[in-house]
Design a protein around this ligand. Structure first.
Ligand code: OAD
Length: 254
């Protein structure tokens, strides 16, 4: 316990002194909002499907109904969820850094939109978003789609089908997103990675970019990951507790 408090204090001091902070989040930051993480077991009907087998263009071509239903289920779950204290602490971190003329960049692998709903702005959504659907064939944006969907798959006027605006395995990241993220990682003083298993590249590579550029690195995660040995400070536990705690230590409000 003593050691954990020392780590928290040291990490908070680094945050307080930082002029530029970059944060990478993953599914763990939304776990306390009730959204299951990617590698945790899915529940109910979906337990028999492997998410890694559903998140590909090949899966959509093979079974567009199944993939459409899965993503619409995830979209409805995200819309029904609320941001938690971890999301709110990161939005507060952004406002605090801005008030001190510091730089703050929030990079997320999440497609649930909860960071923006918690008040974060300019979020780099590396893996796209569940909110913005488009045609798999012609690319037409699906702003007019009902929520929840009523047709599985949902046809487009061109004869193709609508797909979620997320990045699937084997696809490129949104134009500019990884460049902006890499620039922020390479130029920050403190890099914070939260609730990501750090196994999917290029997102996970950002931690290495920051480390190699000399940033101090903090990991907040319930479990140990591939980067736990690399980071300057590892904080083990739920992000909904640790992020507000870290913020309060770094920038006390009372
Ligand atoms: P994962 O599901 O791989 O990892 C979630 C991480 O969060 C794990 O390391 C958990 O230990 C941790 N965790 C769970 N609950 C937590 C909590 N309350 N507080 C802190 N940590 C917690 O999710 P990601 O790393 O986001 O990509 O996955 C990365 C990418 O892999 C996803 O964006 C998705 C997936 O394939 C694409 O769809 C392209």
């Amino acid at each position: 316990m003593h050691e954990r408090n020392d780590i928290l204090t040291a990490a908070a001091a680094a945050l307080r002194d930082a002029r530029s902070v970059a944060v990478l989040t993953g599914a763990g930051v939304s776990a306390e909002s009730g959204l299951s993480t990617f590698r945790d077991a899915q529940t109910g009907h979906w337990a028999k499907y492997d998410p890694m087998q559903l998140a590909t263009p090949e899966a959509f071509r093979r079974d567009p109904e199944l993939v459409t239903r899965w993503y619409d289920m995830r979209r409805q779950a995200a819309l029904a969820a609320n941001p938690n204290d971890g999301h709110r602490a990161l939005a507060e971190m952004q406002r605090t850094l801005a008030a001190r003329d510091g730089r703050f960049t929030l990079i997320t692998q999440n497609v649930d939109g909860l960071h923006a709903r918690a008040g974060s702005t300019d979020v780099i959504e590396l893996h796209g978003s569940l909110r913005h659907w488009r045609c798999f064939d012609c690319g037409r944006a699906g702003a007019d789609l009902p929520s929840p969907l009523t047709e599985f798959p949902t046809p487009c006027d061109c004869g193709g089908y609508m797909r979620p605006g997320v990045v699937w395995f084997g696809e490129s990241l949104p134009t500019g997103a990884i460049d902006r993220a890499a620039e922020a990682a390479a130029s920050c003083d403190v890099f914070l990675t939260v609730g990501t298993s750090a196994v999917v590249y290029p997102a996970a590579g950002l931690i290495h970019v920051a480390h190699e550029a000399g940033a101090r690195t903090i990991e907040i995660n319930r479990d140990a990951t591939d980067v736990s040995e690399l980071v300057t400070w590892r904080l083990a536990g739920p992000s909904g507790d640790l992020l507000p705690h870290l913020m309060q230590l770094a920038f006390p409000t009372d």
